[in-house]
Design a protein around this ligand. Structure first.
Ligand code: PRP
Length: 191
């Protein structure tokens, strides 16, 4: 007996296999750059957890993942540019090489704020590994050391990324389309 699909047939932009292969490549670059200094891995929750766990698996030494929260204020689609950071007081980053782990860099404000915080408070260095980057949306100029994929300005979901808490569990990075979702919901309701 075949089961109905559990989610709308969104268009796959980057498959899970592509992500896993790319994560290995990024890990090799990260290890080569890190030398003998153990990195302090800092995950920007929520969306980056899936990518961070994948990277943690393929980096040597099973380094701990430290979580931080960053929220932008303003209307839901237009950020005001202010970023509020929530960082545990005992996060052990002083004197260390911090590696920020992100799912996506859009305007760049979140990463810029985090870099400023960690470098200002005594990290030895602060680099970024992001699964996705949308260069066309950047308002803050910044260097991203490790980028999985550059993507166009499309609303993406899956592999940890959500829409109001939904679709984080999708294995691939997909493009959200409201019509596809609506048609799926109507078909599900009718069956
Ligand atoms: C996303 C992403 C980054 C931020 C990037 O988080 O995880 O943290 O936006 O945007 P920026 O480059 O414009 O600053 P989101 O606000 O969607 O929160 P979530 O990860 O908890 O879903």
């Amino acid at each position: 007996m075949s089961h109905p699909p559990a989610h709308p047939p969104f268009r796959i932009l980057i498959s899970r296999d592509q992500i896993l292969r790319r994560t290995h490549e990024l890990a090799r670059q990260i290890v080569a750059d890190a030398g003998d200094n153990p990195l302090c891995l800092v995950v920007v929750i929520e969306g980056a957890r899936t990518f961070a766990r994948q990277l943690q698996k393929v980096l040597p030494g099973h380094l701990p993942l430290h979580e931080v929260r960053a929220s932008s204020y303003g209307a839901s689609t237009v950020s005001s540019g202010r970023v509020t950071l929530t960082i545990a007081a005992d996060l052990p980053f002083r004197g260390r090489d911090v590696l920020l782990l992100e799912d996506i860099v859009d305007t760049g404000r979140t990463i810029a704020s985090l870099r400023e915080h960690f470098l200002g408070q005594g990290a030895r260095s602060c680099r970024t590994a992001t699964l996705l980057s949308k260069p066309s949306r950047r308002v803050v100029e910044l260097e991203l050391e490790y980028v999985g994929f550059e993507i166009p300005d499309e609303f993406v979901l899956g592999f940890g990324m959500d829409l109001d808490g939904r679709y984080r569990e999708l294995p691939d990075v997909v493009v959200y389309e409201a019509e596809v979702e609506r048609a799926f919901q109507q078909a599900s309701a009718a069956s």
